[in-house]
Design a protein around this ligand. Structure first.
Ligand code: GLC
Length: 444
């Protein structure tokens, strides 16, 4: 069995999930890079809902710009020729100035959403490092473009505002160290990637440098890891993880290293949902892109109440959400994203402590529904919690509630109005709420 598949090679690393991460139900992801200059993608749809053979030429992920413009005949390639005369991608690194970047203002906004942790991209697939990464020469944000250690600035501001800090790193794809043709399918993403010992050393030194400089609590790798490092011994992932945990017992690693080891699993939009077991995290943008996409409007952007329901759904199934913001090249979080985040934050901060320890309801006494939208949780002391959306339902909502709660007592936690339980029916009347569903506790 190859080390890649053999779980016993990694089993000595296994330990309980750190308490802070078990309680953390919401984090902020940041995708910021040279791709924020063109900031353009077709808002095709959600990952997992768009067929693979359509996805790549019409990629809704603006951070994939450098790949999409190399696919002949794609709308992005045509537009890149028209607007930029086919200029080399690295021109965007110099044009990216981050002149209005205010890390403290970002951190204030993130804290207002009730986020527990923040994870910025430190190197995405385009290979541009957002810090002075070893081996990158001048091709990083310290020497070109923003002329600044963006990773350090974000780490410091986020911690000053009381949140944990993690790092996203693209170990699987780096379009600057390889000259593969553009990726046109999911299968090609798996195949056409650097796997050799030289790239393993390069990437490993990057992640080690991130750990040494910024002491992150999360190592969030993407796509895969060069196969040469999937083993134990010197210059291996096993060694990286052991050292990381030794330095930071609170540290966690995600599941995108291409090995049978992870502290938690990830899913993305509607893809990978079969991985949602044990400790898991779903991630997505507020719209259909991670990197800022100027094309996205209200239509493709989740509103505050929609975000609140999205998180409610994730938490009711035992997960957490890493919600992405895509700043502009100037360094501002677009107004359309801020509006949704502020609204969501007003709702989430009121339920955050409850969510930290709540668990899915397992005894079948209640069922989630879409019409009316309802989700359920249970507290450690056996209370039931209902999340009930009343949009367009001025007369309130009645849903079935069984088990020990069928004759319980209801009390509103969010929303003004009334909540009662009679004969196995929970009735909630609050009128529509501006930022998220009504939240009701039912004691036995
Ligand atoms: C993906 C994408 C990407 C994004 C991401 C976030 O696999 O390639 O652009 O960074 O994962 O989960």
């Amino acid at each position: 069995m190859a080390a890649t598949e053999d779980p016993t090679l990694w089993s000595d690393l296994t330990r309980p999930l750190p308490d802070w991460f078990a309680r953390a139900r919401f984090g902020i992801f940041i995708h910021w890079g040279a791709y924020a200059v063109p900031a353009w993608a077709e808002p095709t749809g959600a990952l997992g809902a768009v067929p693979d053979d359509e996805w790549f030429a019409h990629n809704p992920y603006a951070e994939w710009y450098f790949n999409t413009i190399r696919i002949e005949g794609s709308p992005a390639a045509r537009r890149h020729a028209e607007v930029y005369g086919g200029a080399p991608y690295d021109d965007f690194l110099d044009a990216w100035r981050a002149e209005r970047f205010d890390p403290a203002a970002w951190a204030e906004l993130f804290a207002a959403t009730g986020a527990s942790y923040v994870v910025p991209t430190t190197k995405h697939h385009d290979g541009i490092a957002l810090w002075d990464a070893p081996g990158t020469g001048r091709r990083n944000t310290v020497h070109r473009g923003p002329q600044r250690d963006l990773v350090g600035a974000i780490a410091e501001a986020v911690r000053a505002a009381g949140m944990r800090f993690g790092v996203y790193y693209s170990g699987g794809l780096d379009w600057s160290v390889s000259d593969f043709p553009p990726h046109r399918s999911g299968a090609e993403v798996g195949e056409l990637r650097p796997r050799d010992a030289a790239y393993n050393a390069y990437a490993l030194l990057h992640v080690r440098d991130l750990v040494d400089r910024y002491g992150p609590d999360v190592l969030w790798n993407d796509i895969n890891w060069p196969d040469a490092g999937k083993r134990d011994g010197a210059w291996s992932l096993h060694e990286l993880f052991s050292d990381f945990y030794a330095r930071n017992p609170d540290g966690v690693v995600n599941d995108r290293w291409g090995i049978p080891y992870a502290d938690y699993r990830t899913s993305e939009y509607e893809a990978g949902t079969e991985n949602e077991e044990g400790a898991w995290e779903n991630c997505r943008g507020i719209g259909f892109s991670f990197g800022y996409n100027q094309v996205e409007d209200e239509q493709s952007t989740l509103s505050g109440p929609q975000l609140s329901r999205y998180l409610g759904d994730v938490v009711s199934r035992g997960g957490r959400l890493l919600l992405n913001v895509g700043p502009t090249a100037a360094g501002e979080i677009p107004e359309i994203q801020q509006r949704s985040l502020r609204s969501f934050g007003r709702w989430h901060t009121a339920v955050r402590d409850l969510f930290a320890t709540a668990t899915p309801v397992i005894d079948g006494a209640v069922a989630p529904s879409e019409e009316p939208w309802t989700r359920w949780l249970q507290t450690p002391d056996g209370e039931l919690v209902a999340l009930v959306d009343q949009t367009d339902r001025p007369d309130g909502v009645t849903v079935a509630v069984g088990g020990p709660w069928a004759t319980g007592t209801a009390r509103l936690l969010i929303g003004e109005g009334e909540a009662t339980v009679t004969d196995g029916r929970l009735t909630v009347r609050t009128g529509a709420l501006p930022d998220g569903p009504a939240v009701v506790a039912v004691s036995r």
